[in-house]
Design a protein around this ligand. Sequence first.
Ligand code: M6R
Length: 612
Amino acid sequence: MCGIVGYIGNRLAVPVLIDGLKRLEYRGYDSAGIAILEGDKIEVIKTKGKVSDLANMVEKKKFMANLGIAHTRWATHGEPNSINAHPHSDCSGDIVLVHNGIIENYLSLKKYLEEKGHTFKSDTDTEVLTHLIEENMKDCKSDSFTDVLFQSLAEVQGTYGLAIINKNYPDSLFIARKGSPILIGKGKDEYIVASDVAAVLRYTREIIYLEDGEIAEINRDGYHVLNSVNDEVQKKVQQISWNLEMIEKNGYDHFMLKEIHEQKNSLENTIRGRLNYEEGTARLDGLIDYIDDLKNAPRIVITACGTSWHAALIGEYLIEEFAGIPVEVEYASEFRYRSPIINEGDIVFVISQSGETADTLGALREAKRKGAIVLGICNVVGSTIARETDAGVYIHAGPEIGVASTKAFTSQVMVLIMIALMLGRMKNLPLERGRNIVNALREIPKLVEDVLKNDRKIKELAKILSNHNNALYLGRGYNFPVALEGALKLKEISYIHAEGYPAAEMKHGPIALIDEHMPTIVIATKDAIYEKIVSNVQEVKARGGTVISIINREDTKIRELSDEVIEVPHTITPLTPIVNVIPLQLLAYYVAIERGCNVDQPRNLAKSVTVE
Ligand code: M6R
């Protein structure tokens, strides 16, 4: 998705802006651009392609500016080219801005502005904003540019995170937010604005997040944030614990590989200080104010997108098994638009790594409108979802840069296990069972490390799988969502078509696809329905299919039936998703490498999907 960076201070703006854009590359983009106030002129440079191409273009010019804005664009309106790339300017070239989000009424605004004599250069929705502001400047009686911004943005339908410079306000950088994140990084006599904290971490860890409807004017010596009714608001400065090293590759070829390998540590961080063996339970301070509501909830709804939705499905199995509370899981994009029923006492959980996913945020707001208590499970501290939920749990996985989510998934599942355990122990889960689960949870980081050390076999299998165009992933019970997640990982980064299915569902349709060209990856670790999975593997083999199974080391039956196996250590059934997903992440990664795919920036995908 698009990325915004802005700078005002005493350094040269260009290196800060280019560095910021490079830190946002992981979000996915197709073109990039920069605008700086150089002397008394705003210079705009844009290009299709990579930030490095843009850097080559601007570095030659030796700009001295210390005020500027920059952008990576992920095309929505108008093809990816240098004209449609941001920044966009008004007719005079005095007002220049970058925008994340979508202006829904841009066609009617464009018509109105063309009638007023404005000339448009691009096909984007964004460009209407520059001309609208220019038009409103003409009639505005106030000298305040923020007044003009308020007036203009009131005419806009849609979402925006904006950074704006105006030649006539040479000491100010303006930002605005509605539905698309924008933040201020507070340095010493300098400010870096960005749509994502990764762009500012090199300079500061003091962050001010704008809320919807707010506009800020930033000078070298301070900032003013105005709320939606144009009153100044005092904003909390949040300290971010992430550091620069955490958002660098540290010797790995890709962020995804680094993040897969970080999972021993990220899982340790997720459980740190939260397990209590004596009581056989977990303590999640973020939920403390809602413990009674949770315990008495007649129903829990969990909503999320993508990988987070897969974690939610595992949460459903966990909470129903441990705590006996009925759970429903729903795609956030469906939940928000289909009049979901929320009864008194129902609790809604939203799960989001980024905390900025537009569909999940929409579902959160819909659930709140319906009167539900909404609790979050997020990774990014201070993100919009973390701020707008009533309370929640951070997964503490550390920054996840790879577009394909890996360590966030395992930490989300870990948090869901702890929530289920905590609720179970408040209800009917016996102490001994609770203690067993606590012990098993403590073992998990080691088991994950064990799987990670044995990736030789997975690399070999990746060579075979990379020659296929389709793959089927099967799992049952807790490992059905793992099958979905394995298939999603493969699709996302290797572009091989893959489907996840509950293994028993195969015979109701997908079995028609089985032949020697359709490899089937079966998650077949030992549990109560192991024998059923044995039958499912036999069904595939009987039809000439190739089977790659994830099995426990001591397994013999499925080992014999399968063409290839990947061994994983044993854990208790509810915890198997965390261990079993690791080889599937690695498999997807190595297949993508075999196929020469860009793992960290897969085509058409964005790290955090901030548009609907
Ligand atoms: O940041 P979120 O967890 O809300 O993101 C949800 C999905 O967009 C995300 O999980 C997506 O499916 C990933 N690319 C999966 O690898």
